[in-house]
Ligand binder design. Structure first.
Ligand code: DGL
Length: 269
């Protein structure tokens, strides 16, 4: 059981930012990652569709005998995790925009949130936002078009720069000092975002928190890969499998700097 993989899914390649945090904190765990790029962006789909895709991804990960599932997508978490938790008997870890840490850290009492339409319009997001930001100005912007550009391999493009300027400049005008990245694709844009907002604005994302929570849940349910912990399995033997339902090149390219060994393939799902 314990050598079974951690299953991770996202609407596309963005959740690999979470995979990086998880594998860096838990180097002895096997992983299986699903990029549902065929259906990206989830952020512009209905709640029903997002639930349908999340169920499909979960069932594939369960067929592959994953011991725990990380929903590495804010949009899928805020719209579907409750349904997944009610339907399946496996632990789920989700990711939500880090509003609370931003609200605790702001000095200007003004924070920015960049996320998808699906996340910003979800009731889970509104509840969290209401709970932690009652005395704080929150500038929300939908990052329309950003996920598509990343999925198409246009991470560094003039179009990306102009979209980021369009969404971030109004936040700068409102004197934000914390920017919450509410989509797992966005950490790949941090250098570009920091250039626009300046060094005095702190960028906050939830990747490390998700990895720590994954660690805590593995501990709680005694699911840690003990074979590896005992030393009979070295980190070099750990298996990382990535599956994508469109062309695998874009996934390979986002992982091009990863030094641990991994396997990428195309799969119909
Ligand atoms: N990575 C997804 C998220 O965290 C992107 C959503 C989308 O596909 O629109 O929200």
């Amino acid at each position: 059981m314990n050598s079974q993989s951690i299953g991770i899914f996202d609407s596309g390649i963005g959740g690999t930012s979470i995979w990086r945090e998880i594998t860096s904190l838990l180097p002895c765990e096997n992983t299986i990652y699903l990029a549902d790029s065929k259906n990206a962006p989830y952020g512009e789909k209905s709640k029903e569709k997002i639930i349908e895709f999340s169920i499909k991804n979960t069932e594939l990960l369960l067929e592959k005998e994953c011991k725990l599932i990380v929903v590495a997508c804010n949009t899928a978490t805020t719209n579907a995790i409750e349904t997944l938790r009610n339907k399946y008997n496996v632990p789920f870890i989700g990711i939500e925009p880090a509003i609370k840490p931003a609200a605790l850290q702001t000095q200007t009492n003004s924070i920015g949130i960049l996320a998808t339409k699906g996340t910003l319009s979800s009731s889970l997001f509104s509840e969290t936002s209401e709970k932690f930001t009652s005395n704080i100005k929150v500038i929300e912007r939908e990052g329309k078009g950003i996920v598509k550009l990343i999925e198409n391999g246009n991470l560094h493009s003039d179009k990306m720069t102009s979209l980021l300027q369009k969404y971030l400049n109004p936040m700068i005008e409102e004197d934000i000092d914390c920017l919450v990245l509410g989509c797992t694709h966005y950490p790949y844009l941090i250098p570009q975002i920091q250039k626009i907002i300046g060094d005095s604005v702190k960028i906050i994302d939830s990747g490390l928190a998700v990895a720590k929570q994954t660690n805590a849940i593995l501990e709680k349910y005694q699911l840690r890969n003990l074979t590896a912990n005992r030393g009979s399995l070295s980190v070099a033997e750990v298996k990382h499998q990535f599956y994508i339902n469109t062309n695998k090149e874009v996934l390979k390219s986002i992982l091009s700097d990863v030094t641990s060994s991994f396997y990428v393939d195309e799969l119909e799902f």
